[in-house]
Design a protein around this ligand. Sequence first.
Ligand SMILES: C[S@@+](CC[C@H](N)C(=O)[O-])C[C@H]1O[C@@H](n2cnc3c(N)ncnc32)[C@H](O)[C@@H]1O
Length: 223
Amino acid sequence: MQNLFTLSNRLALCAGYVRDKVKVADIGTDHAYLPVWLCLTGKAVSAVAADINPEPLSRGAFTIEKYNASKFVGTRLSDGLKNIKEDEADDIIIAGMGGELIARIIDQWPFSKNPQKRFILQPMTKCEELLKYLCENGFKITAQDTCKEGKKLYTVMQVCYTGEKTVPGDDFLYLGILTPETNENHREYAQLVLSRLEKQRRGNKSLEAAAEIIRKRCENHGK
Ligand SMILES: C[S@@+](CC[C@H](N)C(=O)[O-])C[C@H]1O[C@@H](n2cnc3c(N)ncnc32)[C@H](O)[C@@H]1O
């Protein structure tokens, strides 16, 4: 077997939110690095590496073969979670996609509202669409953090269904449960969000409100 590779910061943050000894589904797996790494390090007991497109899935199959992981990791052509059975995944990773698509994938799976499941979500864009969906549909963020890769900043959250629907504040839609007041990395992420909002907000009351709250929260650090 080849020596096991090191995960990027972004994928390592996702891996950190996977519970021990669970079955994993990695939706939109592409290269299948996460499921292979999780199984070969013993963190996951099995994994489905799923993708909607055959080409990325064949990249995933290559990684599985290269690292001799086929005993633990299988590939699956699947639009979102549509071809994943309930008992095949305890923890579901959906990383590297837009927030709207992630929300749609969760919404279309009949087993998403099983409170035993955990979703590990890493939206590339439209985080606010994802957080709005989660709040309005009874999902709760149980943990969230940020990471940096080169100059890029990412956020990853662990989410589960509780059934309690909430009305998100303007800032929550952009930051979730990050704490820019006390965490320097979260503050850096919040400042990036703020600079984006500054560009888009003109004439949009809710964006202006969100920008205002986020600015104040960033200024409040250490106080
Ligand atoms: C940018 S890659 C992300 C790869 C990996 N998850 C990561 O974070 O590094 C996005 C992948 O999602 C797949 N994808 C897009 N829409 C999908 C869907 N509805 N269901 C499953 N996979 C999808 C694409 O084919 C692509 O391989």
